[in-house]
Design a protein around this ligand. Structure first.
Ligand SMILES: NC(=O)c1ccc[n+]([C@@H]2O[C@H](COP(=O)([O-])OP(=O)(O)OC[C@H]3O[C@@H](n4cnc5c(N)ncnc54)[C@H](OP(=O)(O)O)[C@@H]3O)[C@@H](O)[C@H]2O)c1
Length: 209
């Protein structure tokens, strides 16, 4: 069974290459497949690129790796998502990475879930840089990947996918926790880009016992 990734930019390609190197098949969906034909074929036989509509139809797991502004149209392009797992890797960024356009009383993921009828929306892959999705290896241990969503089975499936990539998957429970994960992404962005830490770091969870 394939995984579809909508968007073939930094996050889409990072996740796509990581999944392919672990034996998964990836179907990318973009507005203009020709634009990405060469870069996607360079990922190997397991990767293909088609239109967004075709990619959504191709898999039971669909990852959104597009600008936040593109979400409403994509969500509503399908009359009924029929239980597909829709992974929201986006962040509702304000221009110039100056903050988030919404939060605390809702989240981008919850707004997405209102529009994507019949989808099992799971928030994941939004809290760390794309480089960490391509390569999760750190000398200090596995980077954490917080995951939340209202459907427990879908959440477990997405946690298994994050674990497959080498992340330490952390279960945050229902989708309402996306209100915390989107600002958490801003913490990574703020450190990386404004505080001069660069992009070669990741958050991990320390446990006692
Ligand atoms: N970059 C990171 O490190 C990072 C980390 C975590 C989360 N995120 C979030 O992940 C999302 C993607 O970030 P990115 O850095 O990968 O962006 P990006 O490099 O700009 O890539 C965006 C991709 O989405 C495609 N796209 C745009 N509108 C679309 C639509 N309506 N339907 C289908 N595909 C569409 C673009 O295609 P075209 O080239 O044809 O426009 C492009 O392939 C953002 O929401 C971002 O906040 C980013």
């Amino acid at each position: 069974m394939s995984i579809s990734i909508i968007g073939a930019g930094n996050v889409g390609m990072a996740l796509g290459s990581a999944f392919i190197s672990r034996g998964e098949s990836i179907v990318f969906g973009v507005p203009d497949p020709e634009k990405y034909r060469e870069s996607v074929s360079a990922l190997g036989d397991g990767a293909s690129v088609v239109s967004t509509v075709q990619a959504i139809a191709a898999s039971d797991v669909v990852i959104l790796a597009v600008p936040y502004a593109a979400l409403p149209a994509i969500a509503q392009s399908v009359p009924d998502w029929q239980g597909k797992i829709l992974i929201d890797a986006t962040n509702p960024l304000a221009s110039g990475l100056s903050g988030l356009v919404l939060g605390t009383t809702t989240s981008g993921a919850e707004e997405l879930a209102k529009l994507a009828r019949g989808a099992r929306v799971v928030k994941a892959f939004n809290t760390t840089g794309a480089e960490n999705m391509a390569d999760t290896r750190y000398p200090g241990g596995a980077p954490m990947m917080p995951v939340c969503g209202d459907d427990a089975q879908a959440r477990q499936r997405v946690m298994a996918l994050a674990t497959l990539l080498g992340f330490d998957s952390v279960d945050l429970g229902p989708l309402v926790a996306a209100r915390y994960l989107e600002p958490f992404a801003m913490t990574w962005i703020h450190l990386a880009l404004k505080q001069g830490y660069g992009r070669k770091f990741a958050f991990g969870m320390l446990r006692r016992g």
